[in-house]
Design a binder for this molecule. Structure first.
Ligand SMILES: Nc1ncnc2c1ncn2[C@@H]1O[C@H](COP(=O)(O)OP(=O)(O)O)[C@@H](O)[C@H]1O
Ligand SMILES: [Mg+2]
Length: 273
């Protein structure tokens, strides 16, 4: 496993429960780049309504890597969707870079997403008819800015694809496509990178190189990564794991190990069963 600096306490793989859903913060003076407060999201109304999120509080600080885990249906994707401003929550607040975006109109939230949030998806979501370099530059174009060739080339080199700038996604492996997607997520120098199962479609070896790259984005570029995963090995690359159960924060774990995460997930499944 990679070695990386992490807070001194609590001990490795130590689960802590948060009855108030409070999230242990980094030292004062570094405001979170992403914070959700009492986030609630309900689908449908009345007896048939589903509470996908129920009062989730969490803060994510610059230069940290957090994994979000939980059983299927626990609200992980809804959490990312609301945190990204893709959908307004039913109640609660979303604060990005100190700005409370909860009540922003759709245009403003779209602009914020393009400029301040990087996305990485399980299925890459690259434009098939654009080269690797054009895909990386796309968020800047959508934001009305002209991508600087040096910037795009530098990012492709950073993710190990300096030689592949002109290739179409179809001519690349899954791991290479995900590297392009990570370079694309970095191009606007976002406040936070949100990743939903980024290694879900990759074999184990390729997955570990993509996770090493996400880890390097945090350690070397000072980026902030929030990654949904169901894989304890992937979660062990993070500084911290946030566990969701039934739309609530069921605890967190600092300096996770794969074994400790797997054990905690098994306990969460027992609660749900
Ligand atoms: N668009 C939707 N309409 C109705 N129910 C939804 C919708 N999206 C999610 N849900 C429900 O909300 C809950 C949480 O879903 P989701 O966030 O996708 O969980 P996870 O990603 O952890 O599997 C589930 O019960 C799911 O069925
Ligand atoms: Mg999901």
């Amino acid at each position: 496993m990679t070695s990386h600096p992490t807070p001194a306490s609590p001990p490795a793989g130590h689960p802590t429960s948060h009855p108030t859903s409070a999230w242990p913060g980094r030292p004062a003076g570094h405001g979170p780049v992403l914070e959700v407060r009492e986030l609630t999201r309900t689908y449908g109304a009345g007896a048939g309504g589903v509470a996908a999120l129920s009062g989730v509080c969490a803060a994510f600080h610059r230069g940290t890597f957090t994994a979000v885990m939980g059983p299927s249906g626990s609200g992980k994707s809804t959490f990312l969707t609301c945190a990204a401003g893709l959908e307004p929550p039913t109640s609660g607040r979303v604060v990005i870079d100190g700005a409370d975006i909860t009540d922003w109109d759709e245009d403003s939230r779209t602009r914020l997403r393009r400029e301040r949030i990087g996305f990485v998806f399980q299925s890459f979501h690259l434009m098939p008819y654009l080269s690797a370099a054009q895909n990386v530059g796309l968020p800047l174009r959508l934001a009305g800015r002209r991508p600087k060739p040096d910037r795009v080339r530098g990012l492709l080199e950073r993710v190990g694809l300096g030689e592949r700038a002109g290739h179409l996604p179809a001519a690349m492996s899954g791991g290479q496509r995900q590297r392009v997607a990570i370079a694309r997520a970095l191009v606007t120098d976002p406040a936070v990178i949100l990743a939903d199962e980024p290694t879900g479609a990759l074999d184990t070896t390729t997955a570990s190189s993509v996770l090493d790259l996400l880890r390097a984005c945090v350690d070397e570029l000072g980026q902030t990564v929030v990654m949904v995963t169901h894989d304890p090995v992937a979660a062990a690359y993070a500084d911290r794991v946030l566990f969701l159960v039934d739309g609530r924060v069921a605890g967190s774990m600092s300096r996770p190990t794969a074994a400790a995460v797997a054990g905690q997930l098994a306990r969460l499944d027992e609660w749900v069963a």
